[in-house]
Design a protein. Structure first.
Length: 146
């Protein structure tokens, strides 16, 4: 059994526009499994979670966002990435964007297969692989966008 070796502090943006959720398709480098996630990543030294969510959404999807004040939701859960088990504490934020265009030539990391808008009705199907991620995303969507 894998033991949690690393604690990771993360931030993610739950961006909704026209009844669709902004997602990024990420391929685990070890397992090669592709799943849909909301944009997000590691909170860097001297960053706040809100700055991380904005930065990561730009880096991963090429979309500029505005966070909704008071929408933060903090969740801690185990997550395996690249065959390493992490204890993740993620701060999720509801966010909106003025321009929902996703650049065709946007490049992030090799494991990022591109951003995509997903209809809100399909979130369960696309993100249901991990309830630890799906549940807070659905909570933010329900509280701030429905």
């Amino acid at each position: 059994m894998n033991r949690i070796g690393t604690i990771r502090y993360r931030a993610s943006a739950v961006v909704v526009s026209n009844n669709e959720l902004l997602t990024v398709r990420l391929q685990d480098p070890y397992s090669k499994i592709v799943n849909y996630f909301v944009p997000g990543g590691k909170v860097e030294e001297f960053e706040t979670p809100s700055i991380t969510a904005i930065r990561e959404t730009w880096e991963e999807a090429g979309v500029r966002i505005t966070l909704i004040e008071g929408s933060d939701l903090v969740v801690t859960y185990p997550f395996t990435w690249n065959n390493e088990l992490f204890e993740c504490t993620t701060t999720y934020f509801a966010a909106v964007c003025a321009d929902r265009s996703i650049p065709n030539d946007h490049v992030d990391a090799d494991y990022n297969l591109g951003a995509q808008w997903v209809p809100l009705d399909d979130i369960d199907k696309r993100m249901g692989f991990d309830p630890n991620i799906l549940d807070p995303v659905m909570k933010i969507v329900t509280e701030h966008f429905l």
